[in-house]
Design a protein around this ligand. Structure first.
Ligand SMILES: NC(=O)c1ccc[n+]([C@@H]2O[C@H](COP(=O)([O-])OP(=O)(O)OC[C@H]3O[C@@H](n4cnc5c(N)ncnc54)[C@H](OP(=O)(O)O)[C@@H]3O)[C@@H](O)[C@H]2O)c1
Length: 250
């Protein structure tokens, strides 16, 4: 019998949960527990880390999981690596739901950098007004360029002092619109945008707004994850599940 574990934390994971809930498939949804009020899912939900590869492998065995769908954010690389290793070790089938990376189009002024350090280096030396659209977890390295004003967009209010001397946080949860992001950037007189190449529609608004305003974007490349089956849409993942019945003996 199929028993699915969805590793979530993205808009796409929530869409997959809705699709799975409309079927007879038994499934569990997993959150890391990073946000205070995560979106309620139509599936039994657990919250918190598993305890590395070994903890996840033990969980898969204990819960008799037959399939894992890794629908985490493309930058949640540790979870994705753990899933590859734990599924290989337990014989559980694994597929990733991963949105394609964004590609520059006409009018885009993008500077690709390999990681956060590269993004810090790519910022100018003269004071700038930077929309740092990268979440809350990797802000500290930007303290190396304290001359800039940083606009942050966070899901929850910061629970302590921000690690940047000149920063303003707006609290908002996506998906966002191009018009809204254009107004935000105009109101805050933004001169540079820093973003992760997350892909997807709802998070692309800042790139469309930057294009409309003629602003440069420093775009951080995705971290690498070991090879695994990848599908780009919920429908394709549902097809993958149908094509990969639980292995014999499960
Ligand atoms: N990184 C981003 O830019 C970003 C953006 C939007 C949303 N998110 C979401 O935020 C969550 C955390 O992202 P991250 O970048 O901190 O991940 P990460 O660095 O890859 O993961 C660190 C640890 O957090 C735990 N974890 C991550 N995702 C989990 C999940 N869905 N269920 C249970 N445990 C999970 C695992 O702990 P154990 O080793 O103890 O199992 C993992 O080893 C993910 O659900 C991701 O989809 C991340």
């Amino acid at each position: 019998m199929t028993r699915l574990l969805i590793l979530g934390g993205t808009t796409e994971a929530s869409a997959l949960a809705r699709a799975v809930a409309a079927t007879e498939i038994a499934a569990i949804f997993s959150y890391a527990g990073r946000t205070e009020c995560p979106v309620t899912q139509p599936l039994p939900t657990r919250v918190g880390g598993f305890g590395g590869v070994d903890g996840l492998a033990a969980y898969l065995r204990d819960e008799r999981v037959t399939h894992v769908i890794d629908a985490t954010h493309p930058f949640a690389a540790q979870m994705s690596r753990n899933a590859v290793e734990a599924c290989a070790g337990t014989g559980v089938q694994l597929c990733a739901l991963e949105r394609p990376a964004w590609m520059a189009g006409p009018g885009d002024d993008w500077y690709h950098v390999p990681d956060i350090t590269g993004a810090v280096t790519a910022l100018p030396d003269d004071p700038a007004r930077v929309f740092l659209a990268i979440g809350k977890q990797t802000l500290a390295p930007f303290a190396a360029k304290p001359q800039h004003h940083y606009l942050l967009r966070l899901v929850d209010p910061p629970d302590g002092a921000l690690p940047l001397p000149d920063a303003h946080a707006v609290i908002a949860r996506g998906p966002f619109s191009e018009a809204g992001d254009r107004a935000l950037m105009r109101d805050h007189r933004i001169s540079h945008v820093v973003a992760k190449n997350a892909g997807g529609a709802g998070a692309a608004a800042k790139l469309q707004a930057a294009r409309a305003l003629g602003l440069p974007v420093i775009l951080i490349d995705r971290p690498t994850v070991p090879p695994r089956p990848v599908r780009a849409t919920v429908a394709e993942v549902m097809g993958w599940i149908a094509d990969h019945p639980a292995r014999l003996g499960e």
